[in-house]
Design a protein around this ligand. Structure first.
Ligand SMILES: [Zn+2]
Length: 159
């Protein structure tokens, strides 16, 4: 992470400060004015941009903002790549069955409520046969009614 000022040189390019008294070796002037630039590495690439400000405080803020923006963008993309959780998948499954009759829908909703409590936050791809067996066992133990029949077939067809 670095901040530096970039001044357009009369002789072309940008002024440096390598001459005596930090003057530019090309034009002989001391670089004056110009905007602060920030430079940092993010996700394997170099972000090198002007803050368009002559204030160092504002430039620091601009750099922080830019970094946060990149992080948010990055996280959104990562999240999109993940498979849905059981909760998301089951909501989608039910919404695609709009034609279900009231009582059938209620049965499903009731069953899904139990399933969600058990699998809800887990990613659908992480649920395997052992989890389903564990769920059936838990439901049998709590003496669930007809809902357990649905539980036996549902998780695999939800995706
Ligand atoms: Zn110069």
């Amino acid at each position: 992470m670095s901040l530096y000022k970039r001044v357009t040189c009369a002789k072309g390019g940008t002024c440096n400060t390598k001459g005596p008294n930090a003057t530019c070796t090309k034009c002989g002037e001391r670089p004056d004015g110009g905007a602060w630039w920030y430079r940092f590495r993010f996700g394997g690439r170099i972000i090198h941009e002007s803050s368009r400000s002559q204030s160092l405080t504002i430039a620091r803020e601009a750099e922080k903002l830019r970094r946060r923006q990149l992080e948010e963008q990055w996280n959104r993309i990562e999240k999109k790549k993940l498979p849905p959780t059981f909760e998301q998948a089951s909501a989608g499954w039910l919404s695609r069955r709009a034609a279900l009759k009231g009582s059938t829908r209620e049965t499903y909703e009731h069953a899904l409520k139990h399933l969600k409590a058990f699998f809800g936050k887990g990613l659908i791809s992480d649920i395997d046969a052992r989890d389903v067996a564990a769920y059936q066992k838990a439901r049998t133990a709590t003496n669930a009614a007809g809902a357990s029949a649905l539980a036996r077939s549902d998780p695999p067809v939800l995706v």
